[in-house]
Write a protein of this length. Structure first.
Length: 469
């Protein structure tokens, strides 16, 4: 029983809208928290200033009613001072008036007082715990310069802090309500603005989902600058994909035609051989069958090689390579492939490394195909040369034959350009060389001389410290 194939579902990341919502919410939460702290602190300060003025007014009224009568200090607490302190409803009031020696004239004897030298001219406000409650007090000095009595009289007026706390909380609550309402409105407006800004991405998504899978034409839509870069990237990717798909379709069609033609010819020759009784003609048919079989085998090998080179052109990473090692490896592989017919190949390599950025497999395949063309179509001896020229590296294969009929290097390297006089030739060798040259940002060079023909792969040198292009 066949088991259903489970497709891996890629992990979904948080959406941009969700991330922005979380970020804005956190920012606003921090802002509201800071506002609560600042508003409460400001409320406490404002409440203290307001209520301290009441204490200061009461202390001044008491200070005005301090007299020295017959050598004694007398205090006549005015009713207006208590009326002023009663403005703070529900608060307990404390007061103390003391002589310079600390003797209490009136009020709470055990109410704590600060040192005289710490009390400024306008009074000194401080907080203490008294009677099991938190109390805020204001201390003031009244200087006496009488014959019987001289020095500073302490005047302390205090009340509990409940009203102060209530006023501070009220101010903080109002500020928080305003800030929270404004923050919520800002969050809603930001989300609406974000929703509006995300519409181009939704249009792109809709356009991609509604497009025919075979339609790889570029998108033509108006988008903001930030999104237009994404559209341009998608269009570039679709352009590369379109070129690759078209090349693959052409390649598959051409390959199918060539394989079908070779198999048809092989089948036709084998059927003729079955009906032939003449030994001489039968031997000739066997030669043709063998030649066609060799051609089909080479075509299959080169099709696979071409497919690998094409794939690596999109996936392989160029790395620093020594062309001398590529030449030695390609020559060794080619000699093993040829087998019994050992070709005569002369290697000419420099003593110093010739470094290029490249893919070792693709370069070896290109050099093997150059050697195969020279062996199949040229005349021995075959030379494999690695050389330097200015800022270029060159790996060349030369023989003593007439060479290619093409006069321009741009005209060579087309697929399935089969030589009718060589049916065993698959016609893909130079196509592989051409694709490898383009992959490595190089070019194919031709050289015809009196001594023969040379074809080379010209590549840029790898500079020290430079990255692969």
């Amino acid at each position: 029983m066949a088991h259903p194939v489970r497709q891996a579902v890629p992990g979904r990341s948080l959406s941009i809208a969700y991330r922005l919502t979380i970020s804005l919410t956190l920012v606003l939460t921090l802002a509201v928290g800071a506002t609560i702290y600042a508003a409460y602190g400001y409320g406490r300060q404002a409440a203290n200033e307001a209520f301290d003025r009441l204490l200061q007014g009461a202390a001044l009224q008491i200070a005005e009613r301090i007299f020295v009568i017959e050598g004694e200090v007398r205090v006549d607490i005015p009713v207006s001072a208590f009326e002023l302190l009663s403005l703070a409803k529900d608060e307990r009031v404390f007061y103390r008036v003391a002589q310079p020696d600390g003797t209490t004239l009136t009020g709470y004897e055990d109410f704590p007082m600060p040192e005289a030298d710490t009390i400024p001219e306008g009074g000194f406000a401080y907080e203490v715990d008294f009677g099991g409650e938190r109390v805020r007090a204001l201390a003031m000095l009244r200087r006496l310069a009488e014959r019987a009595v001289s020095g500073d009289i302490y005047i302390v007026v205090a009340h509990t802090t409940g009203s102060r706390e209530q006023l501070a909380r009220s101010m903080a609550t109002q500020a928080v309500a305003v800030i929270a309402g404004a923050g919520f409105a800002i969050l809603i407006l930001a989300l609406l603005a974000m929703r509006y800004a995300m519409r181009p991405l939704e249009r792109i998504q809709k356009a991609i989902l509604e497009r025919d899978p075979l339609d790889l034409s570029p998108f033509s839509m108006h988008a903001p600058d930030e999104v237009s870069a994404l559209v341009a990237s998608i269009n570039r990717f679709m352009g590369r994909l379109d070129r690759r798909v078209r090349a693959m379709q052409d390649y598959v069609a051409d390959s199918a035609h060539q394989i079908r033609t070779s198999i048809t010819a092989l089948r036709a020759h084998s059927e003729l051989a079955l009906d032939e009784d003449d030994p001489q003609r039968l031997k000739a048919l066997h030669r043709r069958i063998r030649s066609r079989a060799i051609g089909l085998n080479r075509l299959t090998d080169q099709l696979l090689s071409h497919a690998l080179v094409t794939h690596r052109a999109d996936t392989a990473r160029l790395e620093p390579l020594d062309l001398r090692r590529i030449a030695v490896g390609a020559e060794r592989d080619f000699v093993q492939i040829v087998g019994g017919r050992k070709p005569r190949i002369r290697l000419d390599l420099p003593e110093e490394p010739v470094m290029v950025h490249g893919d070792a497999f693709s370069l070896r395949e290109a050099v093997k195909n150059l050697l195969n063309n020279a062996h199949a179509h040229g005349k021995p001896p075959i030379d494999l040369v690695v050389a330097l020229s200015d800022d270029r590296a060159r790996i060349a294969v030369s023989d003593r034959g007439e060479g290619l009929p093409a006069s321009d290097p741009a005209d060579i390297g087309h697929r399935f350009a089969i030589n009718p006089n060589k049916p065993e030739s698959a016609g893909l060798g130079l196509a592989i060389v051409r694709e490898v040259a383009e992959f490595h940002h190089g070019r194919i060079m031709l050289d015809r001389g009196a001594g023969g023909f040379s074809i080379s792969l010209d590549l840029p040198l790898a500079r020290e410290g430079a990255e692969a292009p």
